[in-house]
Design a protein around this ligand. Structure first.
Ligand SMILES: *[C@@H]1O[C@H](CO)[C@@H](O)[C@H](O)[C@H]1NC(C)=O
Ligand SMILES: *[C@@H]1O[C@H](CO)[C@@H](O)[C@H](O)[C@H]1NC(C)=O
Ligand SMILES: *[C@@H]1O[C@H](CO)[C@@H](O)[C@H](O)[C@H]1NC(C)=O
Length: 441
């Protein structure tokens, strides 16, 4: 199913965004107070937050932003599907990774003295990269200036890290590489510098420094991959954070937009439900879990078992992803959920569509809860995580869709709208993922 854009969907999002923009007058604390935490905690901002320089600037460009955002959500699914389907494993970055635009950003400080950069947070990615100053074709507003950092150095060609980037090239002694995808490409060098997250300096952190970008799909911010493959943040901070982190993603609708990214095992919630994390050896960066059933209201819906089964050979299964906005279920699973949802809302109430959403109502409804039943953990979503709602347009939609109907549609993605206002804990050493409700403020 293709998520096409109708004017109605657009206006709904415009509404959402315009109500966000009014909040800009409230001047939330956007200044840097990550340092006030004794725990290793960073603020997480929605890309549309008043604190985000990437928020839409004018009504006209909002429209374009939304168009881009919707298109990128579709691309995100293609990216995730391709990750799963591809046989080769490229640890730091496959070319495809440059086209996605994750929804949440954190602040990192790079170099000595520290330069503050915003980084997109992405759990399905291992790469870290930033645009570097002098970059041709990058957005100029936020770039890292290596020449101003006393701790900056390039990674040498012979270094082991250079073997982990795609198509490394040894021009001089520096390790450089190019990423291409479709009509876009990026030329980068592999570099090291001190990266400070909250108050934790991480010396000689290895990341990509973008020197040249062509095409339109390179996002202006840096990227902080929270996947668990080689060269990822988790791998490079093994001693410090022990491959453990959690986040609370703020809702689009919240009056102030910061959530939190908490790194390391200290200060993680004790009262939280867990489900085992599964490992796909071919796609080690993705966080797979075992979704065994879905309940709508009190009824467990009838889903053919292959639609939910984890299969490390084909890559089929269910992942938690911070970068997809709306949960996608493979078609038989989605149809079963949607049909029961419609039945519970009431057969006499007319169903309408809105872009890619096929279960919308123009009258007030009483929606059933939806429970994702994972091995050992049931997560019941409140309606805020299930419905998108336009007050002016008076339309309410079930905010989920079927995964794209193609050969790769074997992946169920628990997306960020369904995770908002929950703490999601990634505990890699104990191979488990925890979820607890928590208002992110
Ligand atoms: C959000 O609101 C809380 C309390 O109202 C305040 O302490 C906090 O600084 C706010 N955060 C932002 C980013 O505005
Ligand atoms: C990357 O692209 C640049 C031109 O943009 C080219 O000069 C360079 O040789 C390429 N490097 C690799 C590793 O292909
Ligand atoms: C999840 O809910 C089902 C009932 O729908 C129940 O049988 C099962 O024990 C629950 N699982 C957990 C881990 O609480």
């Amino acid at each position: 199913m293709k998520l096409s854009l109708t004017p109605l969907l657009l206006s709904l999002f415009l509404l959402l965004i315009s109500s966000l923009s009014q909040l800009q007058g409230l001047t939330p604390k956007c200044d840097d107070d990550d340092n006030n935490h004794h725990t290793s905690t960073l603020k997480v901002f929605h890309i549309f937050s008043p604190c985000s320089p990437f928020k839409p600037q004018t009504p006209i460009s909002w429209e374009q932003t939304i168009l881009q955002l919707q298109a990128k959500d579709q691309k995100r699914m293609e990216y995730l599907s391709s990750l799963v389907a591809t046989r080769s494993v490229v640890p730091i970055a496959s070319g495809r990774q440059i086209t996605q635009s994750p929804t949440y950003i954190v602040r990192a400080k790079i170099g000595t003295p520290k330069q503050t950069l915003l980084m997109a947070m992405d759990t399905s990615n291992d790469v870290a990269w930033v645009p570097c100053s002098g970059c041709l074709g990058c957005s100029s507003s936020t770039a890292f200036a290596p020449s101003k950092s006393t701790t900056f150095r390039g990674v040498r060609c012979g270094a082991s890290q250079c073997k982990q980037v795609p198509n490394p090239k040894c021009g001089g002694s520096a390790c450089t590489f190019n990423l291409t995808y479709g009509s876009s490409s990026v030329a980068a060098s592999l570099v090291q510098d001190t990266v400070t997250l909250a108050t934790d300096p991480i010396p000689a952190y290895t990341f990509g420094c973008i020197r040249k970008a062509t095409g339109s799909s390179v996002p202006p911010q840096g990227l902080l991959g929270l996947g668990r493959g080689p060269l990822s943040l988790l791998s490079q901070t093994q001693k410090l954070y022990q491959s453990t982190f959690s986040y609370c993603l703020p809702s689009f609708k919240a009056l102030n937009f910061s959530g939190s990214l908490r790194l390391g095992p200290v200060a993680q919630p004790k009262r939280i439900k867990f489900t085992p994390l599964l490992r796909n050896p071919r796609r080690s960066s993705l966080y797979y879990v075992n979704l065994v059933a879905i309940r709508v209201g009190r009824r467990i819906v009838d889903i053919p078992p292959p639609a939910l089964a984890f299969n490390p050979t084909t890559g089929a299964g269910t992942i938690f992803d911070s970068g997809t906005v709306f949960t996608r279920l493979v078609e038989p699973a989605y149809i079963a959920v949607r049909n029961e949802f419609r039945r519970r809302v009431g057969r006499k109430i007319a169903v309408t569509t809105l872009g890619g959403f096929d279960t919308c109502y123009t009258v007030p409804i009483v929606a059933p809860t939806i429970t994702f039943m994972f091995s050992g953990m049931n997560v019941t979503l409140p309606t805020d995580n299930i419905l998108i709602h336009s007050t002016a347009g008076g339309i309410t939609c079930l905010a989920m869709a079927a995964a794209p109907d193609n050969v790769n549609s074997v992946l169920n993605v628990i997306a960020n709208m369904q995770q908002q206002n929950h703490r999601v804990l990634f505990d890699v050493p104990n191979s488990r993922l925890g979820v607890a409700r928590e208002p992110c403020t």
